[in-house]
Design a protein around this ligand. Sequence first.
Ligand code: 80F
Length: 314
Amino acid sequence: MKLLLIGYGNVGKAFRKLFHEKKERYPILQNVEIVGIVTRQGLMLGDKENFTVDKQVSVLDAIDYVKPDVIVDMSSPNYKDGEPSVSAYMRALSNGIHVITVNKAPLALKFREIFDVAEKVGAKIGFQGTVMSGTPSVNLFRIQPVVEVSRIRGILNGTTNYILTRLYEGLSFNEAIKEAKEKGYAEEDPTLDLNGFDAAAKLTILTNFVMNRNVKIGDFKFKGITEITSEEIRRAKSEGKKIKLIAYADNYTIQVSPQVLSPQDPLYYIDGVENALEIQNEIQRIIIRGPGAGPINAAYGALSDLVLLLEGCL
Ligand code: 80F
């Protein structure tokens, strides 16, 4: 099985490293190889740690040239039109090439269109890494067949939760964002984290997948953490409460907004880069928590999709 990686930044490099570590230990990965990496700079053929350009081609041309079995998209999100990833997915899927992605923009903008193409030809899409990185969220629902979900509520952005935690601990906003960037949690454009865009994209993807809705980012209101004042943080703290960026969807409402939580709320205890998701379905209420960002976690999300694909479980 031939992989073409799209994007070779924090996550792309972590994925390549993890892939090689696991390939040595798990026979299922033995016949998988990375045959190329394409970035903004162009295409590198083969699988080398240090990226060099062999051919100055676009992502679409790289797919035609390399003819992979799977593309693994770890490029930066483009929320204007999802390009070049949307066209890359359409080209790949319509030719029976599977897609694994940690890039939220294409699925937040064109979820149904992309899945319609995949379903027509029987190609698969793995997207665990788009929501809560390597902590099972999307893939949790793959082992919860036919159960009907009525409500999801969670903390879905690692960067803002990390910043809010550090503000609560007394750091300035600039110090906290600097730390989040250094740890590789923040997007290439961190305003996507701060203004709620990233959390809204994740909520869009989850809502479409688990509640069978047809929502696009932009269909609903979302707010980030940029308007939270130090006075509001101080007041919440003095009342024994915390401010968290909460993503929420039920059959009528979908929204992302900062909310003041008291210790009775399980999400009150989710600090730092940790994320959490409460799922209410017809049978049970489930709460999952785990790291929501970080290159290794996002890379693991993509790698777990690859193994599920090989096992026929995607
Ligand atoms: P980084 O900027 O390091 O690398 C981006 C790569 O994409 C570069 O190699 C660049 O050349 C390439 N690229 C950009 N535009 C391209 C184009 N048009 N054609 C070809 N290549 C292009 O970015 P990261 O950190 O490696 O992130 C990569 C992807 O992973 C992005 O889509 C992220 O949204 C996604 N992701 C990242 C996570 C992380 O922790 C986590 C999960 C997904 O919750 C949070 O706080 C979130 N900010 C993190 S979620 N880094």
